[in-house]
Design a protein around this ligand. Structure first.
Ligand code: PBG
Length: 331
């Protein structure tokens, strides 16, 4: 008997990549419009103000944001996340505008919930859009004070919950804020409101264009290194996530996104909790700039970058690409 010759090569992995049908059948990860939270900027000025460092992103008025919510609904995007560009005269050392029931964010929440109730509204909890110095917390003698800031964040959270927010997103990185907000929500009859904690939030230079968008970049003195995580640290991020979950967060976020996919994967594997990534403004600007120069394919790099978050274990992604990506994926 002649022996069967040893096959060469032993394994042909290309067999399953041969046709689009085989590739579709074997695809491990999915990406759909329902994976997105769409971050949007609000203005008390003109509808459609542009932001130089964020091409194609426009600030919306309260009336305009209702159109945005309708657009989200028709595209199958389940949630919007609201960020205000607060008028200069409403930025103060005591940040009182942050918990005014009639501030831009709270008016927008009510308008969206009124007109498009099926869209989930997420908010940001931090003092930076309201603070004269651009910091997420109160500054006393050059220091960002923790506990006093947490009291203000609790007021802000309650005002947003009262306006009808579905998901609160504390992005301030003060210690103890998740527990304090959760206790206040329970005590005031808002036990149904979810918290998506910006748990693993790094002191990143990728937030630059966002600070232009909310008008905090000119004001910001110094950096946020005393409260946001050092980009060199991973174990610390895991401790932040453990702490926030134990204090009552329903979901956790890793931010920025693409440079921190290792953190996304470790958070998902270790805790199994609903995990989101924020593809932040600088990541958006970077991809848009390269595409505008013709150096990369814009739509393809957009979808590839978003798929990468899902592959890394994220349940969803906050991304400025949400409407554009949804349109492509729905086609
Ligand atoms: C505010 C906040 C920031 C972002 C979301 N919430 C900026 C910061 O921490 O300085 C950044 C989002 C982005 O860059 O797209 N605390």
């Amino acid at each position: 008997m002649t022996p069967i010759p040893a096959p060469f090569p032993a394994t042909r992995l290309r067999r399953l990549r041969r046709t689009p049908a085989l590739r579709a059948l074997l695809r491990e990860t999915t990406l759909t419009a329902s994976d997105f939270i769409w971050p949007v900027f609000l203005t008390g000025g003109e509808d459609g103000e542009t932001i130089a460092s964020m091409p194609d992103i426009r600030r919306r008025t309260v009336a305009g944001i209702v159109e945005t919510a309708r657009e989200a609904r028709s595209l199958g995007i389940p949630a919007l996340c609201l960020f205000p560009y607060t008028a200069l005269e409403q930025r103060t050392a005591d940040c009182a505008e942050a918990w005014s029931p009639d501030n831009l964010v709270n008016r927008a929440i009510r308008a969206i919930k009124d007109a498009v109730p099926e869209i989930a509204v997420m908010t940001d909890i931090a003092l930076d859009p309201y603070n004269i110095d651009g910091h997420d917390g109160f500054v006393r003698n050059g220091e960002i004070v923790n506990d006093e800031t947490v009291e203000a964040l609790v007021r802000m959270a309650l005002a947003q919950a009262a306006a009808g927010a579905d998901i609160l997103g504390p992005s301030d990185m003060m210690d103890g804020r998740i527990g304090a907000i959760r206790r206040a929500l329970e005590a005031e009859g808002y036990g149904h409101v979810a918290i998506l904690s910006y748990a693993a939030k790094y002191a990143s230079a990728f937030y630059g264009p966002f600070r232009d968008a909310v008008g905090a970049s000119g004001a910001l003195r110094g950096d946020k290194a005393t409260y946001q995580i050092d980009p060199a640290n991973a174990e610390e991020a895991l401790r932040c996530v453990a702490r926030d979950l134990s204090e009552g967060a329903d979901m956790v976020m890793v931010k920025p996104g693409l440079p921190y996919l290792d953190i996304c994967r470790r958070v998902k594997d270790r805790f199994g909790a609903p995990t989101f990534a924020y593809q932040v403004s600088g990541e958006y600007a970077m991809l848009r700039a390269a595409a505008a120069n013709g150096w990369i394919d814009g739509p393809k790099t957009m979808i590839e970058s978003l798929m990468a978050f899902r592959r890394a274990g994220c349940d969803g992604i906050l991304t400025y690409f949400a409407p554009e990506a949804a349109r492509m994926l729905n086609d």
